[in-house]
Design a protein around this ligand. Structure first.
Ligand code: F6P
Length: 536
């Protein structure tokens, strides 16, 4: 039987490959001189404005990308996702994070059952909450919490409470997460889809011990609750299943912020009305993604451009650069969302890919990043950048005597950086500025470096939800085009099983004085060195 076709074997893919040559001959300086092109390369939804004119792309590129979307059956794949088909075929699961924020009267079926009525949330006011979880059970809620913390409306609702996260199994993270907290006023929320993740379970046992040693064993039922799909293991752990919030296997870990994984800790901190606005924002983009034509569909355009950058122009990375400190945890969340989803080596049918998928995502808020890694972005490697800005700051400040407000100062950089990358600076310009000859090569900027700008009207719970949803769908679009399964993560398993072998041997050595064996010379000698020091 012939193997299923890869997207790279289609005419549409080949047409884009052939088109690369023409694009390589262009410079963004010239492309940007075309006002009609600049105007055309924009899209807007509810005040969110996307400008992708600084991508190394023309109208022809976009047409070809839209044809590729057709060849990849993007529309059908999006519909299948929204309909609850089991598109995560390696785990035989639906992918229905959109149901978590769908309007109450929506109908979304999984296994023939409408899941929307099952989705619910609650919020109890408690002073301190420590949310224990890792990966998708941590990064999304942390991003949203960090972004809400400085929103005046959300901050007002959270007065007198604090929400902390414990993710790393490093004892330093445990110490940090409970520093100055009193178990008596603390609720521990154990968040784990599987309730088997080694780090989370050890951290949960550690905090259980912290509660029991201070308040006695009966306190566990009052001070520990759980969010999981595995209520059997929750019960075995000692948490009353009545204190557990279930979710469903059709919610992928990294797509679970809108389930109880995020909604519970965030509601405990901010109250459900704020969280509801966040969910409504995400849902508004779901609708836009599902029903807008691809030419003006923000997540689709972003996804197609990322495919163009990675697979045709050969740029392996993407920088996420929010000019908003409130979004400081956005890039770490997108890093997991994107790299765990799209870092795959085979197609959804298990055929070895002959092209790379996914990109190396990283980022920092501007302007901090400018003083860190932007040097490389300007004069070193070419890294497509996402600039994310906000029109109205969460926290306006205008110091007397200053020429611009603090927010204008921040945003001056947001507007300047994309042009610096696109236009660069030529030796001729430097000569006219009388720059000494020996410095001309050092001060030259080639330019022609792609970026896109996403301008949000403001950054309340609603827009935070919209931003999340834009990126979730963008990443799915990329996976749909590449023909991979963006919803499994088998690549994380090998490391976990090797760690369990090491764990067993560490135990044997520490407890029974057994020699460490079965490892290669390098690991053996590293372990021997490690074992010379007894744990304190
Ligand atoms: O190791 C990766 C991973 O499986 C992620 O996909 C997931 O979000 C994380 O671990 C945590 O898993 P769980 O919620 O089951 O503890």
């Amino acid at each position: 039987m012939a193997s299923p076709a890869l997207i790279c074997d289609t005419e549409q893919w080949k047409a884009l490959q052939a088109h690369v040559n023409a694009i390589q001959k262009t410079h963004l300086r010239d492309l940007m001189a075309d006002a009609d092109r600049c105007k055309a390369m924009t899209a807007e939804f509810e005040g969110i404005f996307l400008d992708y004119s600084r991508q190394r792309a023309t109208g022809e590129t976009m047409e070809k990308l839209l044809k590729l979307a057709e060849a990849a059956k993007l529309k059908e794949k999006i519909e299948k996702m929204f309909k609850g088909d089991k598109i995560n075929s390696t785990e035989n699961r639906s992918v229905l994070h959109v149901a978590l924020r769908a309007p109450r009267d929506a109908v979304i079926n999984s296994d023939g059952v409408n899941v929307v009525p099952e989705v619910g949330a609650t919020g109890k006011a408690l002073t301190n909450v420590v949310s224990v979880g890792i990966g998708g059970s941590f990064l999304g809620p942390l991003f949203v919490h960090t972004a809400l913390q400085t929103d005046p409306e959300a901050a007002e609702c959270a007065k007198g409470r604090q929400l902390r996260f414990l993710a790393n199994v490093d004892p330093v993270d445990v110490a940090r997460s409970i520093k100055y907290l009193d178990p008596e006023t603390t609720l521990v929320v154990v968040v784990s889809k599987t309730f088997t993740t080694a780090e989370t379970m050890l951290n949960a046992r550690t905090l259980k011990e912290w509660i029991v040693s201070s308040l006695g064993p009966q306190a566990v039922s009052k001070h520990m609750i759980a969010v999981s799909t595995n209520l059997k293991l929750v019960k075995e752990f000692g948490i009353d299943p009545n204190n557990a919030f279930a979710f469903w296997d059709w919610v992928g870990g990294r797509y679970s912020v809108c389930s109880a994984v995020g909604v519970l800790p965030l509601s405990l901190q901010y109250g459900f009305p704020i969280v509801q606005k966040f969910l409504e924002g995400a849902s508004s983009i779901d609708k836009h993604f599902y029903s807008s034509s691809f030419e003006k569909n923000i997540p689709v355009l972003l996804g197609l451009l990322s495919v163009w950058n990675v697979s045709f122009l050969g740029y392996p990375a993407r920088a996420i650069l929010p000019y908003a400190q409130a979004l400081e945890k956005f890039a770490p969340h997108i890093q997991q969302l994107s790299m765990e989803s799209n870092g795959k080596g085979v197609s959804i049918d298990g055929v070895q890919l002959s092209f790379e998928t996914g990109e190396i995502d990283f980022g920092e808020p501007g302007t901090n990043g400018q003083h860190s890694f932007y040097q490389l972005i300007h004069q070193g490697r070419v890294i497509p950048c996402d600039f994310i800005g906000v029109v109205k700051s969460q926290q306006p400040v205008y110091l007397k005597g200053e020429t611009v407000s603090n927010h204008d100062e921040l945003m001056s950089n947001f507007f300047a950086q994309p042009d610096a990358l696109a236009y660069g600076k030529t030796p001729e310009q430097l000569h006219s500025e009388k720059v000494p000859e020996n410095l001309i090569p050092h001060k030259t900027f080639q330019g022609n470096r792609p970026s896109l700008s996403l301008l949000l009207p403001t950054l309340s719970a609603y827009e935070i939800g919209q931003l999340l949803s834009i990126y979730e769908h963008r990443i799915a679009v990329q996976g749909f085009i590449w023909g991979i399964n963006s919803f499994d993560q088998w690549g994380v398993e090998l490391g976990k099983s090797l760690a369990s072998q090491v764990r067993k041997q560490l135990h044997g050595s520490r407890m029974e004085g057994k020699p460490v064996e079965g490892f290669n010379p390098s690991t053996s000698s590293l372990l021997a060195r490690y074992l010379t020091v007894k744990p304190s």
